[in-house]
Design a protein around this ligand. Structure first.
Ligand SMILES: [Fe+2]
Length: 339
Protein backbone atom coordinates (compact mmCIF):
# COMPACT_ATOMS: atom_id res chain seq x y z
CA UNK A 1 0.00 0.00 0.00
CA UNK A 2 3.04 2.25 0.41
CA UNK A 3 3.06 3.14 -3.30
CA UNK A 4 -0.73 3.50 -3.48
CA UNK A 5 -1.31 6.00 -0.67
CA UNK A 6 0.49 9.23 0.13
CA UNK A 7 2.73 9.50 3.20
CA UNK A 8 0.19 10.72 5.71
CA UNK A 9 -2.68 8.52 4.53
CA UNK A 10 -0.32 5.54 4.34
CA UNK A 11 0.79 6.07 7.95
CA UNK A 12 -2.85 6.31 8.98
CA UNK A 13 -3.68 3.14 7.07
CA UNK A 14 -0.72 1.09 8.29
CA UNK A 15 -1.19 1.98 11.94
CA UNK A 16 -4.97 2.26 12.20
CA UNK A 17 -6.34 0.11 9.38
CA UNK A 18 -8.67 2.81 8.10
CA UNK A 19 -7.86 6.03 6.28
CA UNK A 20 -9.73 9.15 7.32
CA UNK A 21 -10.46 11.02 4.09
CA UNK A 22 -11.48 14.15 5.98
CA UNK A 23 -14.45 14.38 3.59
CA UNK A 24 -18.06 14.22 4.74
CA UNK A 25 -20.82 14.09 2.13
CA UNK A 26 -23.42 16.85 2.56
CA UNK A 27 -26.69 15.64 4.14
CA UNK A 28 -28.60 16.10 0.85
CA UNK A 29 -26.26 13.67 -0.93
CA UNK A 30 -26.67 11.11 1.86
CA UNK A 31 -30.44 11.59 1.65
CA UNK A 32 -30.41 11.15 -2.15
CA UNK A 33 -28.48 7.88 -1.85
CA UNK A 34 -30.82 6.56 0.82
CA UNK A 35 -33.86 7.60 -1.24
CA UNK A 36 -32.54 5.81 -4.32
CA UNK A 37 -32.09 2.51 -2.50
CA UNK A 38 -35.32 2.88 -0.52
CA UNK A 39 -37.08 2.08 -3.81
CA UNK A 40 -35.33 -1.29 -4.12
CA UNK A 41 -37.37 -4.24 -2.90
CA UNK A 42 -36.66 -5.45 0.61
CA UNK A 43 -34.89 -8.81 0.35
CA UNK A 44 -33.00 -7.88 -2.84
CA UNK A 45 -29.69 -9.62 -2.17
CA UNK A 46 -26.87 -9.93 -4.69
CA UNK A 47 -24.50 -11.62 -2.24
CA UNK A 48 -25.28 -15.29 -2.95
CA UNK A 49 -24.37 -14.73 -6.62
CA UNK A 50 -20.72 -14.57 -5.58
CA UNK A 51 -20.82 -18.16 -4.38
CA UNK A 52 -21.85 -19.55 -7.73
CA UNK A 53 -18.69 -21.00 -9.31
CA UNK A 54 -16.67 -19.99 -6.25
CA UNK A 55 -17.94 -22.76 -3.99
CA UNK A 56 -14.41 -23.85 -3.09
CA UNK A 57 -14.03 -20.60 -1.14
CA UNK A 58 -16.87 -21.53 1.17
CA UNK A 59 -14.44 -23.97 2.78
CA UNK A 60 -12.84 -20.93 4.30
CA UNK A 61 -16.13 -19.48 5.51
CA UNK A 62 -16.69 -22.55 7.60
CA UNK A 63 -15.86 -26.20 7.07
CA UNK A 64 -19.47 -27.38 7.45
CA UNK A 65 -20.86 -24.88 4.97
CA UNK A 66 -18.05 -25.61 2.51
CA UNK A 67 -18.54 -29.33 2.66
CA UNK A 68 -22.29 -28.96 2.28
CA UNK A 69 -21.88 -26.68 -0.74
CA UNK A 70 -19.54 -28.99 -2.52
CA UNK A 71 -21.53 -32.15 -1.87
CA UNK A 72 -25.01 -30.78 -2.46
CA UNK A 73 -24.65 -27.98 -4.91
CA UNK A 74 -28.31 -27.04 -5.29
CA UNK A 75 -29.35 -27.22 -1.64
CA UNK A 76 -25.99 -25.69 -0.72
CA UNK A 77 -26.86 -22.62 -2.72
CA UNK A 78 -30.19 -22.39 -0.94
CA UNK A 79 -28.33 -22.54 2.37
CA UNK A 80 -26.05 -19.69 1.32
CA UNK A 81 -29.06 -17.66 0.23
CA UNK A 82 -30.84 -18.26 3.53
CA UNK A 83 -27.70 -17.27 5.45
CA UNK A 84 -27.22 -14.01 3.54
CA UNK A 85 -30.93 -13.19 3.73
CA UNK A 86 -30.41 -13.08 7.48
CA UNK A 87 -27.24 -10.97 7.23
CA UNK A 88 -28.63 -8.31 4.87
CA UNK A 89 -32.20 -7.19 4.24
CA UNK A 90 -30.86 -5.51 1.07
CA UNK A 91 -27.51 -5.94 -0.66
CA UNK A 92 -27.50 -4.13 -4.00
CA UNK A 93 -24.47 -4.25 -6.29
CA UNK A 94 -23.50 -2.27 -9.40
CA UNK A 95 -26.36 0.20 -9.65
CA UNK A 96 -23.97 3.00 -10.68
CA UNK A 97 -26.72 5.54 -10.07
CA UNK A 98 -25.14 7.33 -7.10
CA UNK A 99 -21.56 6.55 -8.02
CA UNK A 100 -20.54 9.37 -10.35
CA UNK A 101 -21.87 12.20 -8.17
CA UNK A 102 -20.28 10.67 -5.08
CA UNK A 103 -16.90 10.21 -6.76
CA UNK A 104 -17.03 13.73 -8.24
CA UNK A 105 -17.71 15.17 -4.79
CA UNK A 106 -14.79 13.27 -3.29
CA UNK A 107 -12.41 14.21 -6.11
CA UNK A 108 -13.37 17.87 -5.79
CA UNK A 109 -12.77 17.89 -2.05
CA UNK A 110 -9.21 16.73 -1.57
CA UNK A 111 -9.49 13.00 -2.33
CA UNK A 112 -6.58 13.00 -4.88
CA UNK A 113 -4.21 14.26 -2.16
CA UNK A 114 -4.54 10.95 -0.32
CA UNK A 115 -2.91 9.00 -3.17
CA UNK A 116 0.61 8.45 -4.39
CA UNK A 117 -0.45 6.37 -7.42
CA UNK A 118 -1.95 8.29 -10.33
CA UNK A 119 -4.91 6.06 -11.18
CA UNK A 120 -7.54 4.16 -9.28
CA UNK A 121 -10.24 2.14 -11.02
CA UNK A 122 -13.64 2.53 -9.35
CA UNK A 123 -15.12 -0.88 -10.08
CA UNK A 124 -18.69 -0.72 -8.78
CA UNK A 125 -20.85 0.45 -5.92
CA UNK A 126 -22.83 -1.43 -3.32
CA UNK A 127 -25.52 -0.64 -0.81
CA UNK A 128 -25.88 -2.77 2.31
CA UNK A 129 -28.77 -2.66 4.71
CA UNK A 130 -29.62 -4.76 7.75
CA UNK A 131 -31.76 -4.59 10.85
CA UNK A 132 -31.00 -5.45 14.48
CA UNK A 133 -31.82 -9.13 13.96
CA UNK A 134 -28.87 -9.61 11.58
CA UNK A 135 -25.89 -11.43 13.09
CA UNK A 136 -22.69 -9.36 13.39
CA UNK A 137 -20.01 -10.08 10.74
CA UNK A 138 -17.17 -12.09 12.28
CA UNK A 139 -13.48 -11.63 11.52
CA UNK A 140 -12.80 -12.25 7.82
CA UNK A 141 -11.17 -10.95 4.66
CA UNK A 142 -13.22 -10.57 1.49
CA UNK A 143 -11.63 -13.35 -0.52
CA UNK A 144 -10.66 -12.71 -4.12
CA UNK A 145 -13.07 -14.42 -6.52
CA UNK A 146 -13.42 -15.07 -10.23
CA UNK A 147 -16.44 -12.81 -10.67
CA UNK A 148 -14.09 -9.86 -10.09
CA UNK A 149 -11.00 -11.63 -11.45
CA UNK A 150 -8.71 -8.58 -11.10
CA UNK A 151 -8.28 -8.02 -7.39
CA UNK A 152 -5.22 -6.80 -5.54
CA UNK A 153 -4.04 -6.98 -1.95
CA UNK A 154 -4.33 -3.19 -1.93
CA UNK A 155 -7.93 -2.75 -3.05
CA UNK A 156 -9.50 0.24 -1.35
CA UNK A 157 -13.17 0.83 -0.72
CA UNK A 158 -14.78 4.17 -0.11
CA UNK A 159 -16.96 3.32 2.85
CA UNK A 160 -19.75 5.75 3.67
CA UNK A 161 -22.20 5.13 6.52
CA UNK A 162 -25.61 6.52 5.53
CA UNK A 163 -26.83 6.58 9.14
CA UNK A 164 -24.84 7.19 12.33
CA UNK A 165 -22.89 4.09 13.36
CA UNK A 166 -21.91 4.73 16.95
CA UNK A 167 -21.81 3.39 20.47
CA UNK A 168 -25.58 3.48 20.81
CA UNK A 169 -26.57 2.17 17.36
CA UNK A 170 -23.68 -0.25 16.86
CA UNK A 171 -22.87 -1.52 13.35
CA UNK A 172 -19.32 -0.11 13.29
CA UNK A 173 -16.53 -1.87 11.45
CA UNK A 174 -13.21 -2.76 13.00
CA UNK A 175 -10.07 -3.49 11.05
CA UNK A 176 -6.78 -5.23 11.75
CA UNK A 177 -4.07 -2.79 10.59
CA UNK A 178 -1.62 -3.91 7.95
CA UNK A 179 1.24 -3.31 10.38
CA UNK A 180 -0.12 -6.26 12.40
CA UNK A 181 -1.01 -8.81 9.72
CA UNK A 182 -1.23 -8.69 5.95
CA UNK A 183 -2.72 -11.33 3.66
CA UNK A 184 -0.92 -11.73 0.31
CA UNK A 185 -3.07 -11.08 -2.76
CA UNK A 186 -1.02 -9.69 -5.63
CA UNK A 187 0.68 -13.06 -5.98
CA UNK A 188 -2.67 -14.41 -7.20
CA UNK A 189 -2.66 -11.95 -10.10
CA UNK A 190 0.75 -13.32 -11.08
CA UNK A 191 -0.58 -16.89 -10.84
CA UNK A 192 -3.59 -16.02 -13.00
CA UNK A 193 -1.35 -14.50 -15.63
CA UNK A 194 1.09 -17.43 -15.60
CA UNK A 195 -1.73 -19.92 -15.98
CA UNK A 196 -3.99 -18.27 -18.54
CA UNK A 197 -1.33 -16.59 -20.70
CA UNK A 198 -0.35 -20.07 -21.90
CA UNK A 199 -3.80 -20.57 -23.43
CA UNK A 200 -4.12 -18.64 -26.72
CA UNK A 201 -7.93 -18.55 -26.38
CA UNK A 202 -7.58 -16.50 -23.18
CA UNK A 203 -5.13 -13.93 -24.56
CA UNK A 204 -5.75 -10.91 -26.80
CA UNK A 205 -3.57 -9.62 -29.66
CA UNK A 206 -1.57 -7.41 -27.25
CA UNK A 207 -0.66 -10.41 -25.10
CA UNK A 208 -3.06 -9.51 -22.30
CA UNK A 209 -5.01 -12.20 -20.50
CA UNK A 210 -8.66 -11.30 -21.05
CA UNK A 211 -10.94 -12.63 -18.28
CA UNK A 212 -13.93 -11.96 -20.56
CA UNK A 213 -12.70 -14.79 -22.79
CA UNK A 214 -12.15 -17.36 -20.04
CA UNK A 215 -14.78 -20.08 -19.72
CA UNK A 216 -15.98 -21.43 -16.37
CA UNK A 217 -14.47 -24.82 -17.25
CA UNK A 218 -11.07 -23.18 -17.57
CA UNK A 219 -11.54 -21.37 -14.26
CA UNK A 220 -12.41 -24.68 -12.60
CA UNK A 221 -9.23 -26.22 -13.98
CA UNK A 222 -7.23 -23.33 -12.50
CA UNK A 223 -8.89 -23.79 -9.09
CA UNK A 224 -7.45 -27.30 -8.96
CA UNK A 225 -3.85 -26.20 -9.68
CA UNK A 226 -1.20 -26.28 -6.95
CA UNK A 227 -0.58 -22.49 -6.88
CA UNK A 228 -4.25 -21.74 -6.30
CA UNK A 229 -4.60 -24.47 -3.70
CA UNK A 230 -1.49 -23.11 -1.94
CA UNK A 231 -2.83 -19.57 -1.67
CA UNK A 232 -6.25 -20.79 -0.47
CA UNK A 233 -4.53 -22.75 2.30
CA UNK A 234 -2.65 -19.59 3.30
CA UNK A 235 -5.94 -17.67 3.56
CA UNK A 236 -7.43 -20.44 5.68
CA UNK A 237 -4.58 -20.47 8.18
CA UNK A 238 -4.27 -16.67 8.31
CA UNK A 239 -7.97 -16.48 9.12
CA UNK A 240 -7.51 -18.78 12.10
CA UNK A 241 -4.46 -16.78 13.20
CA UNK A 242 -6.33 -13.46 12.99
CA UNK A 243 -9.27 -14.79 14.99
CA UNK A 244 -7.21 -16.46 17.68
CA UNK A 245 -4.20 -14.23 18.14
CA UNK A 246 -5.04 -10.74 16.91
CA UNK A 247 -8.48 -10.21 18.40
CA UNK A 248 -7.22 -7.35 20.60
CA UNK A 249 -5.49 -5.48 17.76
CA UNK A 250 -8.55 -4.48 15.71
CA UNK A 251 -9.16 -0.73 15.42
CA UNK A 252 -12.38 1.24 15.14
CA UNK A 253 -13.08 4.84 14.19
CA UNK A 254 -15.90 7.38 14.23
CA UNK A 255 -18.60 6.64 11.65
CA UNK A 256 -21.21 9.40 11.56
CA UNK A 257 -23.52 9.46 8.52
CA UNK A 258 -21.83 10.75 5.37
CA UNK A 259 -18.26 10.53 6.65
CA UNK A 260 -16.12 8.86 3.95
CA UNK A 261 -13.46 6.39 5.04
CA UNK A 262 -11.05 4.30 3.00
CA UNK A 263 -10.78 0.67 3.90
CA UNK A 264 -9.03 -2.33 2.38
CA UNK A 265 -11.35 -5.35 2.37
CA UNK A 266 -8.29 -7.57 1.95
CA UNK A 267 -7.36 -6.71 5.54
CA UNK A 268 -9.09 -8.63 8.30
CA UNK A 269 -12.24 -6.88 9.41
CA UNK A 270 -15.46 -7.41 11.33
CA UNK A 271 -18.70 -5.51 11.95
CA UNK A 272 -20.40 -5.26 15.32
CA UNK A 273 -24.06 -5.98 15.99
CA UNK A 274 -26.56 -3.33 14.90
CA UNK A 275 -28.56 -2.50 18.01
CA UNK A 276 -31.14 0.09 16.96
CA UNK A 277 -34.55 -1.57 16.66
CA UNK A 278 -36.23 1.55 15.27
CA UNK A 279 -34.05 1.96 12.17
CA UNK A 280 -31.78 -0.08 9.90
CA UNK A 281 -28.04 0.06 9.37
CA UNK A 282 -27.27 1.43 5.89
CA UNK A 283 -23.86 1.80 4.28
CA UNK A 284 -22.78 2.77 0.77
CA UNK A 285 -19.50 1.43 -0.58
CA UNK A 286 -17.51 2.06 -3.76
CA UNK A 287 -14.91 -0.60 -4.47
CA UNK A 288 -11.66 0.65 -6.03
CA UNK A 289 -8.30 -0.86 -6.92
CA UNK A 290 -4.90 0.38 -8.13
CA UNK A 291 -3.41 -0.80 -11.43
CA UNK A 292 -0.40 -3.10 -11.56
CA UNK A 293 2.02 -3.89 -14.37
CA UNK A 294 0.50 -7.30 -15.01
CA UNK A 295 -0.93 -8.03 -18.43
CA UNK A 296 -4.48 -8.78 -17.38
CA UNK A 297 -7.52 -6.92 -18.75
CA UNK A 298 -10.51 -6.07 -16.58
CA UNK A 299 -13.85 -7.86 -16.46
CA UNK A 300 -16.64 -6.16 -18.37
CA UNK A 301 -19.61 -7.36 -16.36
CA UNK A 302 -20.47 -8.50 -12.85
CA UNK A 303 -23.61 -10.63 -12.66
CA UNK A 304 -24.68 -9.21 -16.01
CA UNK A 305 -24.06 -5.50 -15.26
CA UNK A 306 -21.25 -3.16 -16.31
CA UNK A 307 -18.29 -2.81 -13.92
CA UNK A 308 -14.75 -1.43 -13.87
CA UNK A 309 -15.80 1.54 -16.00
CA UNK A 310 -14.72 4.49 -13.84
CA UNK A 311 -11.15 5.75 -13.83
CA UNK A 312 -10.04 8.30 -11.22
CA UNK A 313 -7.09 10.44 -12.26
CA UNK A 314 -5.43 11.75 -9.11
CA UNK A 315 -3.22 14.09 -11.14
CA UNK A 316 -6.02 15.99 -12.89
CA UNK A 317 -8.67 15.32 -10.24
CA UNK A 318 -11.03 14.04 -12.95
CA UNK A 319 -13.52 11.17 -12.90
CA UNK A 320 -13.64 9.40 -16.28
CA UNK A 321 -16.70 7.30 -16.94
CA UNK A 322 -16.60 4.83 -19.83
CA UNK A 323 -19.31 2.71 -21.44
CA UNK A 324 -17.17 -0.37 -20.97
CA UNK A 325 -14.37 -1.44 -18.65
CA UNK A 326 -11.26 0.75 -18.38
CA UNK A 327 -8.83 -0.28 -21.12
CA UNK A 328 -5.72 -0.98 -19.07
CA UNK A 329 -3.63 -1.56 -22.20
CA UNK A 330 -3.85 2.20 -22.86
CA UNK A 331 -2.45 3.20 -19.47
CA UNK A 332 1.29 3.86 -19.76
CA UNK A 333 3.50 1.33 -17.97
CA UNK A 334 5.09 4.06 -15.82
CA UNK A 335 1.67 4.86 -14.34
CA UNK A 336 1.20 1.29 -13.13
CA UNK A 337 2.62 -0.17 -9.95
CA UNK A 338 5.15 -3.01 -9.89
CA UNK A 339 3.32 -6.22 -9.00
FE1 LIG B 1 -16.20 -8.09 4.39
Amino acid sequence: MFNVLHDESFRDYAARGLVETGITLPPEMVAATRAHYADKALGHNDFPKFFVDNEHQAYLEGAALGLFLNLFRRSGRKLVKRFYDKVYSKAVYCEQVRMEETLAHLMGNGFPRLFRTRYMVAAYDMYLRNDFRAPPAGVHIDLPNFHHFYETENDLSVYIPLVDLDEENGGRISVLPESKLKAPGNVLLGMLFDHFSKDPDCVDAAGYVDPNRISMEKIKAFVKTAPHQDIMRVYGSLNALARKHYAGAFKTTREPAGRALLFNNKNFHAAEQWRNERMDREVYVIRMFPLYDVKIRLKRRLHGVAINNFLLDMQTGRVHRFDEEVDVTRIPAEEKLPL
